[in-house]
Write a protein that binds this ligand. Structure first.
Ligand code: ATP
Length: 234
């Protein structure tokens, strides 16, 4: 197992965002977290990347307890997040944004740069453009490309399809599949449950900070309760 959350609770002040959740991600998998607004999906990713402290429980990566490890050390260890709302540096060029993703690396990252441009040819074409002037879909590509520059073992993606036109959603999902095919484990948070379940190997359903279901993704696509609650009920 690559990544594990054991009985994790997280609070924002008095608000309990996560209530004893346990999640496992195996090497090579695409695992997705689905759930309504406010279910705790983003908080789960922030907890894994070290942006939110635990109230209780533990987070394990490659067999080590990383519950109190600083965020930048988790990046070095192999955990990289592409944040919700993209979080790119708008005044910097596309190229500079990608380089920022490698800030913690001391080794040669030219292969990952080449790979990012290969996965996203549009970014290569626009490498000198200010990232803030790129379209929504292109900014999403910058955010994912930047996360890949850290050469992660697990890539955490928070709503990569948010605000994108259907055609671009397809494109982003097939690139995620390709990233996984090339060997990176993926933990994907999505509102677009249908697409996420089609892509993922396994899935967890979060409701008000608790895991209410976990199963192979294909099984959840056929689950009447999941269909009614998250897949438009058809
Ligand atoms: P969405 O899909 O809408 O982004 P989510 O499933 O990612 O939702 P979270 O953002 O993890 O949900 O939020 C979980 C709970 O924690 C919600 O009740 C939310 O209001 C609360 N919460 C999140 N961030 C904060 C914060 N900075 N301060 C206070 N409460 C917060």
């Amino acid at each position: 197992m690559l990544l594990e959350l054991r009985d994790v609770s997280v609070h924002y002040g008095k608000i309990r965002a996560l209530h004893g959740i346990s999640i496992e991600v195996n090497e090579g998998e695409i695992v997705t977290l689905i759930g309504a607004n406010g279910a705790g999906k983003s908080t789960t990713l922030k907890t894994i990347s070290g942006l939110r402290p635990l109230s209780s429980g533990s987070v394990w990566f490659e067999g080590a307890d990383i519950s109190t490890m600083a965020g930048h050390k988790r990046v070095v260890a192999g955990i990289s997040q592409s944040p919700e709302g993209r979080g790119i540096f708008p005044g910097m060029s596309v190229h500079e944004n990608l380089l920022m993703g490698a800030y913690a690396r001391k080794d040669d990252f030219s292969a990952e740069l080449e790979e990012a441009y290969e996965l996203f040819p549009r970014l290569k074409e626009r490498q000198h453009q200010a990232a803030g002037t790129m379209s929504g879909g292109e900014q999403q590509m910058v955010a994912i490309g930047r996360a890949l520059m850290a050469k992660p073992k697990v890539l955490l993606l928070d709503e990569p399809s948010m605000g994108l036109a259907p055609k671009l959603v397809q494109q982003i999902f097939s690139i995620i599949e390709e990233i996984n095919r090339r060997g990176t484990t993926v933990l994907l948070v999505e509102q677009n449950a249908q697409q996420a379940l089609k892509l993922a190997h396994r899935a967890y359903v979060l409701e008000t900070g608790e895991v209410v279901k976990s199963a192979p993704a294909a099984e959840l696509l056929d689950d009447p309760q999941v269909r009614a609650a998250y897949l438009g009920g058809d």
